[in-house]
Structure formats: structure tokens, C-alpha cells
Design a protein around this ligand. Sequence first.
Ligand SMILES: [Zn+2]
Length: 149
Amino acid sequence: MTLEITHADKAVALRPRSIPQSMLRGAAQKCPACGEGNVFSSYLKVNDACPSCSEELHHQRADDAPPYFTMMIVGHIVVALVLLVEDLYAPALWVHAALWAPMILVMSLWLLPRVKGALIGLQWAMRMHGFSGKEDEVFSLQQAEAPKP
Ligand SMILES: [Zn+2]
């Protein structure tokens, strides 16, 4: 199946993009298009283009979604573990603090770039923002307030 996107003056047939494959490649911090080049140039800094296949990655708009999903995932795991440990062993509060604070920190820092990569993979697969090859339409407040001629 091919997807056809009509631009202003021409119709372009586009190859389908697998959402699960793109998200898995992103979660591995690899380019969603080729799975070879790194998505990130540092911890969370996204490369403008894939160093391997030159796919443009600067269109991504992960914004606040990666920390949101990271907190949701880590919170569900840690809260379940806290309740389990409290129920089984009822340790002193300092034991809870010593156990969970470092675990939350390590899990969050480990998960954050993987979640961000997966979300970039999702955006790429769904051709969101500029990933369709078409310039993204950004609605600005300035445009909204501009007087009509
Ligand atoms: Zn690539």
C-alpha cells in the first residue's frame, strides 16, 4: 500500500512507514528511517539529520511528551514496588527513601532518551509536522492578531 500526498502542485506517492518499527528504532536511539544512525548527538539533543541516511530529524516536536510518559511509566513501577515492599517488610522510612530516590533518578534518566526516541519515531512514521516532506504549518499568535487587509 502506498500513501499519496498531494502538494500544492503535484501528487507524490510515499512509501508506507511502520509505526512499531519506527518507534522501536527510536527507542533504541537510532534513526526511525534506517535504524543505523544515532537520533541524538548528546543525551537529549536531536541530530538535525541522520548521520547515516541523511533523513531530516529536525522536524521532531517531542516537546513535553517524553518527560510526561517517563514520569508515568516510572511512577507506576515505583509506586507498585513501594506498596509491595511496605506490605511485605514494612521497613523504616529512611530505608524507603534510600531505596526509591536513587531508583527513580536512575530509571528516569535511563528511560527519558528512549521515550523521546520512540516519540520521534512515532512522529516520523505518522509523517507529523515536517516529516511528510511538506513544510509544517505553524500557527503563531502574531498571525492571528495581524489585521486583515
Ligand atoms: Zn537514518
